[in-house]
Design a protein around this ligand. Structure first.
Ligand SMILES: NC(=O)c1ccc[n+]([C@@H]2O[C@H](COP(=O)([O-])OP(=O)(O)OC[C@H]3O[C@@H](n4cnc5c(N)ncnc54)[C@H](O)[C@@H]3O)[C@@H](O)[C@H]2O)c1
Length: 449
């Protein structure tokens, strides 16, 4: 590999790689290759070439995503159905006295010619309509994970994104973390022999309730917030942050953390989808409380016999923070005929250190390389290439999570036809009813044209 860059000597290059290897725990061969390739990425835009960005959904993640995106463009607009959240974000992204425009209806954002890019960090039940509206307005999208609320939404979105030629990056940033890519490349290249199974541990969800309704807080448009979901009196726990523990708006930790770890298993296994799914809830929701299963296990079987076992762990908080250092952390373990690899956000390890340290041969299978998820998105905005987690990948990855949730909700072992994107065989009728949902009017597809 040529490491002779115009502005960095080879010695300094190797020193930098050695420091990075020591800091990250990644093998030196992998770092060297990564750094060399990174030098070939699309250069940063000039200060005069910074696109206008709108943040739609100004909650916890939205503000973080927008801060990240602001390295590549200007935050010119913020939009939220909660006025307080929008105002906080507008203040946060005011630069040199220039206050971003504030919107409450994202359709107006799409009509704003100053907006070139949309960062969509609404709750899951709003992802698809916001993304469709942006695609139709020819605005590129950084859209939070899980890409969709249902499998049917994903298929529709893929079509609309392709028809309109926009760039869409799904917010599954673990794909741009070299430790996860290394694990997937090693598995794909059979460094641990034939893959037998992948075991994924996700933080257990919240099991709580019953909850009482209360007056709608000032500034929140509760009807708009609920959108396509059935209408309820305002319940604080249904709204900001904890919406993810209600099937009306999300899918529990299966779609929340699963959108990250199941996605890595999907990347490493390299097959479109399992053909059999068997989900088992291990605790039941409390009536009047959160509706998603907090504790569960799901077994996926692939056509070639590879297994993917997903299980929850109570040893981590819902934020993935280890509360029991000796317990089971969230993460992914790949088991092959010749060893295993473990990977999570803390690091990567293997049954034998040489599994990680021996370089892969020149002709090894290589996966899409990105070392900065937001940066990759903006690179692709300029190059018009597919980002690392493009719409089809984001859709298939979300499908993995939806399949598990549907199996748990139906209480059945299910068969999936990945080409048709339908359940087949026994219980197909019951399961296919979960592939799409009835959307409450006016917040159905007609809401965005
Ligand atoms: N990639 C990651 O690691 C990561 C981490 C956390 C959250 N997320 C994802 O980000 C999304 C948001 O999660 P959060 O924790 O920030 O939630 P949050 O509840 O803190 O924020 C969501 C915001 O969206 C607003 N909103 C709701 N409907 C809207 C609409 N129609 N138009 C405009 N604004 C609307 C809400 O009022 C709220 O301010 C979720 O899909 C979640 O899965 C991703």
């Amino acid at each position: 590999m040529d490491t002779s860059f115009p502005n960095i000597s080879r010695r300094r290059f190797l020193q930098r790689c050695a420091t990075l290897a020591a800091m990250t725990g990644l093998p030196l061969w992998f770092i060297t290759q990564r750094e060399a390739e990174a030098a070939e990425t699309v250069p940063m835009p000039s200060p005069n070439d910074r696109p206008g960005i709108a943040l739609v959904g100004c909650g916890g993640m939205g503000k973080g995503d927008a801060k990240n995106a602001s390295r590549f463009g200007e935050i010119v607009a913020v939009c939220d159905v909660d006025r307080t959240h929008a105002e906080i974000a507008a203040k946060m992204f005011t630069v040199d006295g220039k206050v971003p425009k504030i919107y409450s209806d994202f359709r107006k954002v799409m009509a704003d010619p100053d907006v070139h890019i949309v960062v969509n960090a609404t709750p899951d039940h709003w992802h698809t309509l916001v993304n469709i509206a942006a695609a139709r307005a020819k605005k590129d999208v950084y859209g939070e994970k899980p890409l969709t609320l249902t499998i049917d939404e994903g298929r529709r979105l893929v079509k609309i994104v392709h028809e309109n030629g926009i760039v869409l990056q799904t917010g599954t940033q673990q794909r741009s973390d070299p430790r996860f890519r290394l694990a997937c490349e090693l598995v794909r290249n059979e460094r641990i022999g034939k893959l037998v199974r992948a075991n994924v541990w996700l933080p257990a969800g919240l099991r709580d309730g019953p909850f009482a309704s209360s007056p709608v807080p000032d500034g929140l448009d509760w009807d708009f917030w609920q959108g396509q979901a059935p209408a309820f009196d305002y319940v604080k726990q249904r709204c900001h942050g904890t919406f993810r523990f209600w099937y009306d708006y999300s899918g529990g930790t299966m779609t929340d953390w699963g959108a990250h770890h199941n996605d890595i298993a999907y990347w490493a296994i390299g097959q479109l989808a399992p053909h059999e799914i068997e989900g088992t809830p291990l605790s039941q929701p409390i009536p009047g409380g959160y509706t998603t299963f907090a504790d569960y296990k799901v077994k996926y079987t692939y056509a070639d016999g590879v297994e993917l076992n997903i299980a929850t762990t109570q040893d981590d908080t819902i934020y993935g923070v280890h509360r029991n250092p000796k317990g089971q952390p969230n993460g992914i373990k790949f088991e092959g005929t010749n060893g295993w690899i473990w990977v999570n956000r803390d690091g990567i390890s293997a049954s034998d250190p040489s599994i990680l340290t021996a370089p892969l041969p020149e002709d090894a299978i290589r996966l899409y390389e990105s070392n900065n998820h937001m940066g990759n998105f903006f690179d692709c905005v300029r190059s018009r290439k597919l980002p690392i987690c493009d719409v089809e990948t984001g859709h298939r990855s979300a499908t993995m999570c939806h399949l598990g949730a549907i199996s748990m909700r139906t209480g059945k072992k299910l068969k999936w036809d990945a080409a048709m994107e339908r359940f087949v065989g026994w219980h197909a009728h019951k399961a296919n009813a979960y592939v799409s949902r009835e959307m409450r009017k006016p917040y159905d597809y007609s809401f965005v044209g």
